[in-house]
Design a protein around this ligand. Structure first.
Ligand code: 7TS
Length: 414
C-alpha cells in the first residue's frame, strides 16, 4: 500500500455517505460510527434497490423456465456472474462459482480434494487464517490421513517465509493462505507464496475475503488456483460469494452437493453432471443476492479501487498515530504500509470486551474478541483484541469521535 498525505482530498466522502441509509442512523442516542467493516460492510442504496427491483420486477427461478420472467431472472443472474468474472479477471465465466460465501467456497474445495489426498501428503496453512480456512482442512486431513503443517507468523504480524521455504517439498499438495488477515489486516505476499508452491507442484487457495473490499485481485496475473470472496464484505448482501477456480481444476473436482440444476441426466442407474459452473451450483441459488453482488461490484468500481485504497490509507495513518499517542495501547500487526485499514489493539490492563461495550454506548461499533482467528491470539498470548476496521465511507471526524470515546472508556476502566 502506498503512503498518502493526509490532507489530500481523494474522495467526496460526504457525497458517498448519502448512498448509505444506515450511516444516517443513531445508536444509543449517538450518531453511528461504524468501524466493524471487516465483519461486514454496509450496503449502498444502489444494492438495496437492486434487491427490491428483483422482487418487484424479476422474481422467477433461473435456468429452467421457458417463460419470459424466468429468462429475465436468468439473464440478470448470468450478467452478474460476468461482472464478477470481469472484476477478478477470470478467463471464463465457467471459473466463477456463485456460492453462499467464503466459508462455503472453501468447504467446496476441501470436500473435492478429500477424494484425491492420501496419507503422506502434506498441506500447508498459514498461522493467521480465519477459522473457515483452518477447520475444513483439518476435517480433510482427518478424512484422508494427509498432514496439516503450519506456516508460522512473526511478532510483526507477517508470515515467516523462511520457514515456509523449509516446509515446502514434493509432499506438499496444497497451500492455503489469506490474501489479507482479518484480525490484523496484514497483506500477505501471495505472489511469492503462489510461485514457490507451484514450483513443488502444490495447488494454492487464497482466501480473499478481507482483500476484496480494499484491492482488486487479478486471478490470471496471480496465477492463483482458487480464490474466495464474500459479497457482504464488498457492499453486497449476505449469503452470496464467489469461488474462483482454474477451469481444469474445477473440472477435475467432483460435485460438492447433489440436486437440481447440477445434472446433465438422471436415472436411478446413473446420473451425469452438468458442466461448469452449474456442476457446483445445486439447487435454487440466492438469485437476488447474486444479482446484487454484481451491483455491489459496479458500485465500488464506479468509485475506483485505487481511490478507495488511497483514501483508506489516509484514515489508517491518521488513526494509527492518534491511537499510538494513548498511553498503554499496543497495536498488533504490521505497519500501515503493509496492511489494509485495520487496527487491532489492546489497552494494558483492560479486557477488550469492556472497551467494546463502552464504545458501543458512545455509538462506536468495533469488534472485540478473537475474530475467529484464535491461533493469532494464542501467538500473542492474549484473549482477544479490539478491532477497528475502516471503509471508504468512514471519515477523519469519525476517527476523532472514536479516539475521544476510547480515552473516556480507558479512564472509566482504569
Ligand atoms: N475468511 C476471512 C479472512 C474472513 O475475514 C471471514 C469472515 C471469512 C473467511 C468467512 O467469511 P463468511 O462470509 O463465509 O462468513 N470474517 C469475519 C470477521 O473478521 N468478523 O466477522 C466475520
Amino acid at each position: 500500500m502506498k503512503m498518502i498525505n493526509t490532507s489530500e482530498q481523494i474522495l467526496d466522502v460526504e457525497k458517498i455517505r448519502q448512498d448509505f441509509p444506515i450511516l444516517q442512523r443513531e445508536i444509543n442516542g449517538k450518531p453511528l460510527v461504524y468501524f466493524d467493516n471487516a465483519a461486514t460492510s454496509q450496503t449502498p442504496k444502489a444494492v438495496i434497490d437492486c434487491i427490491v427491483d428483483y422482487y418487484e420486477n424479476k422474481n422467477a427461478n433461473i435456468h429452467r423456465g421457458v417463460h419470459s420472467l424466468s429468462q429475465i431472472a436468468t439473464d440478470a443472474y448470468e450478467n452478474a456472474r460476468e461482472t464478477v468474472r470481469k472484476h477478478f479477471n477470470a478467463k471464463s465465466a465457467n471459473e466463477i462459482i456463485l456460492t453462499a460465501g467464503t466459508t462455503h467456497s472453501i468447504n467446496l474445495v476441501a470436500n473435492g480434494y478429500s477424494h484425491f489426498l492420501k496419507s503422506g501428503d502434506e498441506i500447508l496453512v498459514s498461522a493467521m487464517e480465519h477459522h473457515s480456512n483452518i477447520v475444513p482442512w483439518q476435517m480433510l486431513c482427518n478424512k484422508t490421513g494427509a498432514t496439516l503443517k503450519v506456516i508460522p507468523m512473526l511478532n510483526n504480524g507477517e508470515l515467516d517465509l523462511q520457514v515456509f521455504d523449509d516446509l515446502l517439498s514434493e509432499r506438499t499438495k496444497m497451500v492455503f493462505v489469506n490474501h489479507v488477515s482479518n484480525a490484523l489486516g496484514t497483506i500477505n505476499p501471495i505472489e511469492e507464496i503462489i510461485n514457490k508452491s507451484h514450483k513443488v507442484g502444490a495447488k494454492v487457495l487464497v482466501d480473499g475475503a478481507q482483500a476484496a473490499p480494499h484491492l482488486k485481485a487479478d486471478v490470471q496475473a496471480l496465477d492463483v488456483d482458487f480464490y474466495t470472496v464474500s459479497a457482504h464484505k464488498i457492499c453486497g448482501p449476505t449469503g452470496v460469494g464467489m469461488l474462483y477456480g482454474k477451469e481444469e481444476l474445477l473440472n477435475e473436482l467432483p460435485p460438492y452437493q447433489g440436486g437440481g440444476e447440477m445434472i446433465a441426466e438422471v436415472s436411478f442407474e446413473k446420473t451425469t453432471y452438468a458442466g461448469l459452473p452449474h456442476k457446483f451450483e445445486a439447487g435454487t441459488p440466492n438469485i437476488s443476492g447474486g444479482i446484487a453482488f454484481g451491483a455491489a461490484l459496479d458500485y465500488m468500481n464506479a468509485i475506483g479501487f485505487d481511490k478507495i485504497a488511497d483514501y483508506e490509507m489516509q484514515l489508517l495513518v491518521y488513526a494509527t498515530k492518534a491511537l499510538e499517542e494513548i498511553e498503554g495501547v499496543r497495536i498488533y500487526g504490521a505497519k500501515p504500509e503493509k496492511k489494509t485499514a485495520v487496527l487491532s489493539f489492546n489497552i494494558e490492563g483492560i479486557h477488550p470486551y469492556d472497551i467494546g461495550t463502552l464504545l458501543d454506548k458512545m455509538g462506536v461499533a468495533v469488534r472485540t474478541g478473537h475474530h475467529c482467528a484464535q491461533p493469532i491470539m494464542s501467538f500473542y498470548k492474549i484473549p482477544g483484541t479490539v478491532r477497528a476496521s475502516f471503509s471508504f465511507y468512514n471519515t477523519i471526524s469519525e476517527i476523532d469521535v472514536f479516539i475521544s470515546a476510547l480515552k473516556k472508556a480507558k479512564s472509566m476502566l482504569s
